[in-house]
Ligand binder design. Structure first.
Ligand SMILES: Nc1ncnc2c1ncn2[C@@H]1O[C@H](COP(=O)(O)OP(=O)(O)OP(=O)(O)O)[C@@H](O)[C@H]1O
Length: 257
């Protein structure tokens, strides 16, 4: 299932953002702090209604879908995912099954197996009975990814899914989501992770998309200097061939401003 953002605008924060994540592709949204990435994603996972434009899920406007229907198709890991009550990890992940249940239908063995498998995939089986309030930032993040997977969506929307994760778990989570075959739209701060795992990337600056394409097309020294104010060299990864950025330290900042 594909997802299309068509001419999305939110006040002066997001202006005419259009992009499509084709079925089964991993699409990255990158950009400096405050450029509108989270605001854009909030329109996609329905915590914000755009002032103009639309989000289309498999060609259908998200705004006209019942929340439960869209929750069966689209799952999100957000920066503001609320898990601050004293639930166990198992209970938090089990919430993902609610969109698949009737009003009075209880969780069954199949649901429990789906949740257990999701926790296993993010390397968090050992946390199953823990209170979410006791988790480290990285453990919590992996549990939230497990919850999104247990929702069995067709589209995954992720806001900085690698936040708090050590380098091994950063790669594990992105390799996992890239390997699911789901359509993935993800905000990433790390351009090298984006270059490694994304099929396409879109760069936001001041609420507008200023560059789109394959990572190798988009992540040029000129783009990185202009949008992020950092001088970078681009090298091909010796094994994968993916473009990787080597950044200059900011001792001659005036040279790039
Ligand atoms: N509810 C709001 N009211 C006022 N300003 C807002 C609101 N939400 C976001 N903003 C502002 O809009 C801009 C974009 O915010 P947003 O969180 O979308 O950026 P971002 O690209 O995700 O940033 P970061 O990389 O720092 O997470 C910021 O300047 C932010 O302060």
């Amino acid at each position: 299932m594909d997802i299309e953002l068509r001419d999305l605008s939110v006040g002066t924060i997001v202006s005419d953002v259009s992009l499509t994540a084709a079925t089964g592709t991993v699409v990255g949204l990158v950009g400096p702090n405050g450029s509108g990435k989270t605001t854009t994603l909030r329109c996609v996972y329905r915590s914000l209604t755009p002032d103009a434009g639309a989000v289309l899920l498999g060609g259908d406007p998200l705004a006209t879908m019942a929340p439960k229907d869209s929750a069966r198709q689209l799952a999100a890991v957000t920066q503001d995912s609320q898990v601050d009550l004293d639930f166990t990890v198992a209970e938090v992940v089990a919430m993902a099954r609610l969109p698949h249940k009737g009003t009075f239908e209880r969780e069954n063995e199949a649901d429990a197996a789906i949740c257990a498998e999701a926790l296993k995939r993010v390397d968090a089986t050992h946390l199953t009975e823990r209170s979410v309030l006791t988790l480290s930032g990285g453990e919590r993040q992996r549990v939230l990814v497990a919850r999104a997977l247990a929702q069995q969506p067709k589209v995954l929307v992720l806001d900085e899914p690698t936040n708090h994760l050590d380098i091994r778990h950063q790669h594990e989570i992105l390799a996992l989501v890239a390997g699911t075959g789901l359509t993935v739209l993800t905000v990433l701060h790390d351009l090298n992770l984006a270059a490694t795992y994304c099929d396409r990337v879109h760069v936001l600056a001041d609420g507008r998309i200023v560059a789109s394409g394959r990572p190798a097309e988009v992540f040029t020294p000129a783009l990185v200097a202009e949008v992020f104010g950092v001088r970078a060299f681009v090298v091909d990864h010796p094994v994968s061939g993916a473009p990787q950025l080597l950044y200059d330290r900011l001792v001659h900042q005036e040279e790039i401003q």
